[in-house]
Design a protein around this ligand. Structure first.
Ligand SMILES: Nc1nc2c(ncn2[C@@H]2O[C@H](COP(=O)(O)OP(=O)(O)OP(=O)(O)O)[C@@H](O)[C@H]2O)c(=O)[nH]1
Ligand SMILES: [Mg+2]
Length: 202
């Protein structure tokens, strides 16, 4: 049997918070991380689509919660999931009021949404000890439920040399190291999604 592949991917909706989000009718994989770390790009790489999620060199591009419905498929079966692109945290150029409103909305969202099964925490491979990411990770650990998992993905490893990549892997053995540039495989992330949500192994 071959491993399930992305068969369909479509943008469904943008929301501001819990209230205007989609009904919780599909298992969700949430992408979170600092602004500009590569959340939207990673969703595009995963779905093999150039512009499904809007990515930009300007931090703060994603300002709403964006939902994408994705269907994996193998010979026998379809595996429907939902990918959720969250606004990045740590973006300095918005007003304090807007920042606080976002933080409140995002926290409400990740805490209360029962459909979330996997938190993908993206971190910049060049700054593996960033304090804000350490805070996010420990706060996630406090709220994660038994049916949920946190996956750390280090992005932008194209910016590291071989020695630095090996050191990163050694220090964070449970993480996935990855780049959206060049032909680097994103299969480990697909595998983690399919295993966590559907128990698919292979
Ligand atoms: N070198 C390198 N650049 C990347 C990688 N992934 C994304 N980028 C670039 O980083 C910038 C930000 O990428 P986005 O995917 O928009 O980042 P984001 O986390 O969605 O940002 P916000 O929506 O602002 O929170 C873009 O210029 C991307 O082309 C990567 O793996 N390596
Ligand atoms: Mg984005």
């Amino acid at each position: 049997m071959s491993f399930p592949k992305v068969h369909k991917a479509e943008f469904i909706k943008s929301a501001q918070g819990v209230k205007d989000s989609l009904p919780e009718d599909r298992s969700e994989v949430v992408f979170m991380g600092r602004s500009n770390v590569g959340k939207s790009s990673t969703i595009n790489t995963l779905t093999n689509r150039k512009n499904l999620a809007k990515s930009s060199a300007t931090p703060g591009k994603t300002q709403l919660i964006n939902f994408f419905d994705v269907v994996y498929k193998d010979e026998n079966q379809e595996y429907p999931i939902r990918l959720v692109d969250l606004p990045g945290f740590g973006y300095a150029k918005v007003s304090k009021t807007l920042k606080e409103a976002w933080q409140y909305n995002l926290l409400e969202f990740i805490k209360n949404r029962v459909s979330i099964r996997l938190f993908v925490h993206l971190r910049d491979a060049r700054h593996p000890h960033s304090e804000i990411d350490d805070d996010v990770f420990s706060n996630l650990q406090k709220i994660v439920r038994p049916d949920q998992k946190i996956l750390t993905v280090f992005t932008k490893i194209d910016k590291l040399n071989q020695k630095e990549r090996a050191a990163l892997k050694k220090e964070f053995p449970d993480s996935i190291t990855f780049t959206n540039l060049k032909n680097y495989t994103i299969d480990p992330v697909h595998k983690e999604i399919l295993f966590t949500v559907f128990g698919v192994t292979q």
